[in-house]
Design a protein around this ligand. Sequence first.
Ligand SMILES: [Zn+2]
Ligand SMILES: [Zn+2]
Length: 228
Amino acid sequence: MSAVNENISLAGFQDFTRAVYGQSNDRYFSQNDIEFNIERFAMRGLKGIRKGDKEKIKQNLLITSTWFMSLLNQLHVNLEEEVWKRFPGVCSYCNCAPCACREKKTEERLKIVPNESRRPKTLREIQDMFRVIYPPEKRTLEDVSIHLAEEIGELSEALLAYRGSHDDRSFEQVSLEAADLFSCLVGVFNSLDLDLAHELAAIFYDNCHVCHSAPCTCNFNAIINYKS
Ligand SMILES: [Zn+2]
Ligand SMILES: [Zn+2]
C-alpha cells in the first residue's frame, strides 16, 4: 500500500505519485497529455477561486499536484532538489526572507549560496519556508493564483523550448520553472491557510484517491471524465 502521511517529504510525495500513477501515466498519457491535465485541474482550481469555493480550489489543486509530479517523474526531475536550489530559505530574486523584491526593485536574480543547515526536511517545513519568504498577508489569494497561472504558462514555454533544442540549458530552465510553479501552488495553500501535507494525507491515505489501488486501476475514460 502507498500512502501520504503528514510528515512526508516532498521527495516522498514524488515517490508516492510514481508508485500509484506511474503505470497508468506511462500507458495512457504522453508528456503533452500530462501537461493538459495539469492545466485542466489547475484551471478548475482557479474557477474555485473566482467562485469563492475553498473546497473546489483545494480538491483541484491537490489533483493538479499529482499530475505535476507525474510530469516531473517522466522527466526525472527531483522537485525537492530543485525547490531548494531555487528557494534556499530566501526569495530567488532578492535573496531576502520575506521577499523584498517590490521595495528593492530587484531587476536581476542575485547569486545565492544556500545554507544547508536551514534546508527543510518535510513538505510541511517547505510550506513553512514559503510562508516566511512570501507571507500570505502581503498578497491576496487572487495575486498568488494569477501568479500560479503565469508559472503554468512558463513551464509550458520551457517544455516547448526543450523539445525543440534537447539541450541541457533548456532542460535546466524546465527544472527552474517547475520549482517556481510549485512555490505558487504552495503559496495558494498558504493564502487559504491550509496545510498541504495534511490535505494530501487526507485524500491519499490509501493509494489512488478514486480506486484506492496502487498502481491506480482507474480506466482512461474515468480519468478524462473525472468531475471535480
Ligand atoms: Zn524577492
Ligand atoms: Zn485510481
